[in-house]
Write a protein that binds this ligand. Structure first.
Ligand SMILES: [Ca+2]
Length: 185
């Protein structure tokens, strides 16, 4: 089974790309080795009441991991944060089955943590064409480094951009490392 780093997919996405989306600079960023400190491009994300950082200690791959941690108490109802990167044109994924996987470690997570992957419609404001955020698996509490994944069946038409990353709902902390993006078929 081909093991395709996201950066290779992005190379395909941007070749001949006529999208008006801003240029995206991707490196081999899926191991979070640019730390310690603030997240570096192309990683972004959001979530009030949370910190998102690169931490260089106790990493299962390389030296650094990415972390989301709640920093207010109590966390507001529905509190949520993500570490995210996006591509503006994911048309190359149309009709494909794709999987995002990687390592996650959680500490005292009161809601849930997980990887997430979303493929959007061409039309802004339209519902996603495909989406999974591991909510159904309900990864919570304190868990050691474990490999998790999300898999999407991408529809054959109306494919705009795509985003992926990992998330934390509720209080606690989640670390992620060694992400892999695969086009399965
Ligand atoms: Ca790493």
């Amino acid at each position: 089974m081909p093991r395709v780093r996201w950066v290779l997919v992005v190379a395909a996405l941007t070749a001949g790309c006529v999208s008006s989306a801003a240029p995206l600079r991707f490196g081999d960023t899926l191991g979070f080795e640019d730390g310690p400190g603030a997240l570096t491009e192309p990683w972004g994300g959001g979530g009030a009441g949370y910190e998102r950082t690169l931490v260089c200690a106790d990493a299962p791959e390389g030296a650094c991991v990415a972390r989301i941690e709640s920093v207010v108490s109590p966390v507001p109802a529905g509190g949520f944060a993500s570490v995210t990167q996006c591509v503006g044109d994911a048309g190359v994924l149309a009709g494909k089955r794709v999987r995002l996987s990687g390592l996650l470690r959680t500490e005292d997570v009161s809601g849930y943590a997980g990887f997430w992957l979303r493929v959007d419609s061409v039309a802004q404001e339209a519902p996603p064409r495909a989406f999974d955020n591991m909510e159904a698996k309900h990864l919570d509490g304190t868990t050691p480094w474990t490999r998790h994944d999300v898999t999407l069946e991408v529809p054959a038409d109306d494919i705009g951009g795509a985003c992926f990353g990992f998330l934390l709902g509720g209080a606690g902390r989640v670390d992620a490392d060694d992400l892999t993006f695969e086009v399965l078929d």
